[in-house]
Each structure stands twice: as C-alpha cells, then as structure tokens.
Design a protein around this ligand. Structure first.
Ligand code: NAP
Length: 286
C-alpha cells in the first residue's frame, strides 16, 4: 500500500532529501507497547517515527511499520547512535544492530545522539566520519546530530566537509535555544525540536491556555502549531490514542504573528531545560 498525499508539510534537507515536519516520538515508550503506539500513530496518519538505540524499542517500531501494510518508502524512520558506541568500530556494529532491530536495510536519518564532549577525549569527529560512511553506502539516507551546541557544530565544520542535515535539540516555549537554532538556520542545518511540549510542562501556562481557548484548540495543538509555523521539525510523544490524534490535527488553523511572539516570550533560558545540558552530559547507559 502506498500513502495518499499527506497534510503534513515536508522540510527540504541540505542533502536533497525531504523530511515530514511532523512525526511521532517514542522516547520512554516501553518496548512491549511500542508496536501498538506506533500502529496507532500510523493509523492516525503519521509517516515519520523518531526512535533511538538508547530507547530500546527500535524492534517495536519496525514491527508496526511492517504490520501497517505501508511501503517502507512511505514511512520516514530516524534512529540515533547510543552514547557507548562513539568509537568507529563500535558505531559500525551498533548501526548494523539498529538496522537488524528495525528489520530494514536503511534508515532515513541516523544521528549522533549526544556530543559527549567530556568523553572519548572530546572526539566526536571520527564518529561523524563513521556516520558519513553509512550515508555513502546508502544505509542511512541522511545523517545528522543531536544535542550539538554551536561550538560542536563549528568543530565538525572545520574538521570535515560534511554538514549535518539536522540538529535535534531540546526546544519548546520554555527553552528557545535560539543560538543553536540560528546557527543551524544560517548554515543549512534543519532544526528538530525535541520535547516540543516540554514533556507537558508548558500546557498549563496561562499564555498558552488563553490562546487555546480563543482558537477553540487544545494547548498541545497551539504549542505544536507554534513550532510548525517557526519551521522546526517536531515529533511529540504520546501513548494515549486520543492525544496521538490530537497532536496530528494541526493543519486547519493558524496562529497570528502576535500569538507566536507571545509564546516565544515564555523562554526561561537554561532554567527552562527539561533534559541535561549537552556541554556536561556524559551518561553511558548500562
Ligand atoms: N535527541 C534527544 O536527546 C531527545 C531527548 C528527548 C526526546 N527526544 C525525542 O523527542 C520526542 C518527544 O519528546 P518527549 O517525549 O521528551 O516529550 P514531549 O513530546 O514534549 O511530551 C511528552 C509528554 O506529554 C504528554 N502529552 C503528549 N501529548 C499530549 C497532549 N496532547 N495533551 C497532554 N499531554 C500530552 C505525554 O503523555 P502520554 O504519553 O501519557 O499521553 C508525555 O508525558 C521523544 O519521544 C523523542 O523521539 C529526543
């Protein structure tokens, strides 16, 4: 089966590929319920799934994609290299394992999950060159990074010719992460916004709830629509079927510029982070 044309816009990447701007994230979705959640998302119309080796649920993602009857080429799949495998030999083995878990012969996008600047002698360049080989042999259609700060992106730029297609960073109304986002914009690196609704924390904010009430939408829809209009790629996570549908229903309303600015003014800078700071994060899952 092939997909009918989707309401979801695509974003053009710097390597000639495109990515659906809205997807479905599976961080903290337990392995044994992942296939069910992803199946619900595919039925709702999502065609972009964001997983990672670290999430331990790539197998469930692959199962759901196969069970959907959709062509593999109709579903955009991203995965990410786990923190313990930055050395080139380990990265090659880990990537082969990712393909095996997903049960596919390619991923659409493969990312270095975290830069880990305090580990591996600060060397993420050789890891990046290893991902470049996956792109060259066709097993990763696009390659990118996640949680890279401007300094890390500059290092890749000075050491290699290959510009990441995306940088997946924490970004939501409480953490605009504007320095990293602007650097990406200026250098052809698309920004993916992780924890787009700040894991739910931003949904009770009076600025958001007021706009939602006025427009007759939910707070989650308002915040996700805000990302879409600012050009970021998003993949909210939910295991609640009604929310999975709600988060996909973003394409029949618009926010005014004034509302977009009001939501952006909620930025709390560093204190708005829900996750670790990439400059110091050094966790290797056991
Ligand atoms: N690269 C990285 O380092 C990194 C880090 C974190 C996340 N990510 C990616 O980004 C994706 C999204 O981030 P996230 O999972 O951290 O957080 P998120 O999508 O901002 O929020 C998920 C939380 O919000 C709730 N929720 C979802 N939709 C809702 C709605 N319409 N109304 C009310 N509550 C709602 C979910 O609850 P229920 O599930 O109970 O419905 C869940 O608790 C991840 O799944 C992952 O793919 C990447």
């Amino acid at each position: 089966m092939s997909t009918t044309s989707s309401k979801v816009p695509t974003v053009a990447l710097n390597d000639g590929h495109t990515i659906p701007q809205l997807g479905f994230g599976v961080f903290q979705v337990p392995p044994d319920t992942t296939a069910r959640a992803v199946s619900t998302a595919l039925e709702a119309g999502y065609r972009h799934i964001d997983t990672a080796e670290m999430y331990g649920n790539e197998r469930g993602v692959g199962e759901a994609v196969r069970a959907s009857g959709l062509d593999r080429s109709d579903v955009y799949i991203t995965s990410k290299l786990n923190n313990g495998y930055h050395r080139p030999d380990d990265a090659r083995k880990a990537f082969a394992q990712t393909l095996s878990e997903l049960g596919t012969d390619y991923v659409d996008l493969f990312l270095i999950h975290w830069p880990l600047p305090t580990l591996y002698g600060g060397d993420f360049v050789s890891t990046w060159e290893t991902l470049a080989a996956f792109k060259q042999d066709g097993r990763a259609r696009s390659i990118g990074v996640s949680n890279f700060q401007v300094e890390h992106l500059k290092r890749l730029q000075s050491a290699t010719e290959i510009v990441p297609a995306v940088n997946q960073i924490e970004l939501h109304p409480y953490l605009l992460n504007d320095e990293v986002r602007s650097y990406g914009e200026a250098n052809g690196i698309a920004t993916e916004a992780w924890s787009p609704i700040a894991k739910g924390r931003v949904l009770g904010d009076p600025v958001v709830t007021k706009i939602a009430e006025r427009l007759g939408r939910t707070p989650a829809q308002v915040v996700l629509r805000w990302h879409i209009q600012r050009g970021s790629i998003v993949f909210p996570k939910s295991t609640t079927p009604a929310r999975i549908e709600e988060n996909f229903d973003l394409f029949d309303f618009e926010l005014a510029d004034d509302d977009i600015a009001k939501i952006a003014s909620l930025d709390k800078g560093e204190t708005g982070r829900t996750g670790p700071n990439p400059d110091t994060f050094a966790m290797i899952p056991g």
